[in-house]
Design a protein around this ligand. Structure first.
Ligand SMILES: Cc1ncc(COP(=O)(O)O)c(C=O)c1O
Length: 440
């Protein structure tokens, strides 16, 4: 029991359904009751402080309770809490749309807001399909994506990001997307020289189906939920060139990677590509409130015109562009700019890389990899239940050390708030190293 008042846990067990949480884990009765967030820390009702080493599912990039975000929400709450974007508008949504457009390689973009990452991806799916109808190509409505991609848990997002372990019961309900093999070109222990070859297998499949495809949807440079798998920018470059040549839309899902995390504002920038649609979420509001966005090129947006015939996109969510969430986003974007979030992630990412590198020499470590402020230790042997069980023990060991992590199977990773100080980051990485050694 990890609460001052055991009743919280009893009441929780009685009525709260926890996402991604196994019953057997609940039985361990190790549910901290979080009552406060301060910077990099989450505080429990009995006063314990945990370092949030995964930025609360990768969204609290500025830590918890950032004063600028709190103040922006407070101010907005006094003026306007909610107003819809259907046939109305409001200043905060306009500001955020402008800022997001300005962050793209060119600002000729329109932004459709939503609430969660999955709903931003659903919007991208529907836009890419209706776009083909609007351009007289209704036969081109298929999607291509990576094997083991993850784009969220709603049906359309699952169709693109089917993960066997997550989505098996829904296999017959999702639409059949074309699955491309993942380019395993960045593994330290088994480095395969690439020189563009990483795209060859995908290209063979894509080229066979080019005439059916509306869009290629990718998590750029790192597949998050699949186990923080990383791939080279060369694949993305080749994919973008292929998409242009074959008039296939390139959709990048920056929900996990956006706003500096990988060392650039968006991961796609590292490949020098200019996607047609970019999905963002999570860190958009600094993790303070739910908001996401589907950022589209104007050339796509204009196809939805109702001037000749009605091509209106009949899609929206009640809380899309919610003024409180937009106020939080506007403040977060401003702070990211002031901090130069990409430079920060590059600097602190170098510390993560340096500190984790020695773990690669261990026989029980399959791979160590880093990108910006994402540091990954994959326990070996690869994908074996024993390695996943070990990762679970590492998680429990770290909880005892006041650190919150959530391994993905056999993959232990850190993705701390960008604002974490060097000293605290060093302590985190020392603890991770020790926990891996202790649980061997
Ligand atoms: C790349 C990616 N896309 C989409 C999602 C779904 O976002 P949400 O959980 O906000 O629906 C996630 C969540 O982890 C993600 O990592």
């Amino acid at each position: 029991m990890t609460s001052k008042d055991p009743k919280w846990i009893e009441r929780d067990f009685a009525h709260v359904w926890h996402p991604y949480t196994r019953f057997s884990t609940l039985d361990e009765h190790r549910l901290p009751v979080i009552v406060r967030g301060e910077g990099t820390r989450l505080i429990t009702d009995d006063g314990r402080s945990y370092l949030d080493a995964i930025s609360s599912w990768w969204c609290a990039a500025l830590g918890h309770g950032h004063p600028r975000i709190v103040e922006a929400i407070r101010k907005q709450a006094g003026e306007l809490q909610h107003s819809i974007l259907g046939n109305l508008t409001h200043p905060r949504a306009i500001e955020v749309a402008e800022q997001l457009a300005a962050m793209m390689p060119s600002s000729d973009r329109h932004v459709l807001f939503a609430s969660d990452g999955a709903s931003a991806v659903e919007q991208a799916v529907k836009i890419a399909v209706q776009y083909r109808h609007a351009t007289g190509q209704p036969e081109r409505c298929r999607f291509a994506c990576f094997e083991d991609a993850y784009h969220g848990d709603t049906l359309g997002a699952m169709s693109l990001g089917y993960l066997e372990a997550f989505h098996r019961p829904f296999a017959d309900m999702v639409f059949p997307a074309l699955r491309l093999p993942f380019p395993h070109c960045l593994r330290q222990r088994n480095p395969a020289p690439c020189e563009g070859a990483c795209f060859a297998a995908a290209e063979r499949i894509l080229s066979h189906h080019a005439g059916e495809l509306t869009a290629l949807v990718l998590e750029p440079l790192v597949q998050g939920a699949a186990g923080m798998r990383m791939y080279g920018h060369c694949f993305l470059e080749e994919a973008a060139t292929w998409c242009r040549k074959h008039d296939v839309l390139l959709v990048v899902d920056e929900i996990a990677t956006g706003f500096g995390r990988t060392g650039s504002w968006f991961a796609f920038e590292q490949a020098g590509v200019d996607p047609d649609i970019v999905c963002v979420g999570k860190a958009l509001t600094g993790g303070a409130l739910p908001a996401s966005a589907t950022i589209c090129r104007d050339a796509i947006y204009r196809r939805f015109s109702d001037l000749d015939e009605d091509c209106t996109l009949q899609h929206g969510h009640t809380f899309c562009g919610n003024p409180l969430a937009m106020a939080a986003a506007s403040a977060a974007l401003e702070v990211y700019r002031e901090l130069d979030a990409p430079a920060l992630a590059r600097k602190k990412g170098a510390w993560i890389r340096e500190k984790l590198a020695p773990l690669a020499d261990r026989d029980d470590v399959h791979d160590v990899r880093c990108l910006g402020m994402i540091g990954v230790v994959e326990l070996g042997p690869s994908d074996m239940p024993a390695a996943a069980a070990r990762a679970h023990r590492v998680r429990l060991n770290l909880m005892d050390r006041g650190i919150l992590l959530r391994p993905l199977g056999n993959v232990i990773y850190v993705m701390p708030p960008l604002i974490i100080e060097e000293a605290e980051l060093a302590v985190l990485l020392d603890h991770v190293t020790e926990a891996i050694a202790t649980t061997a």
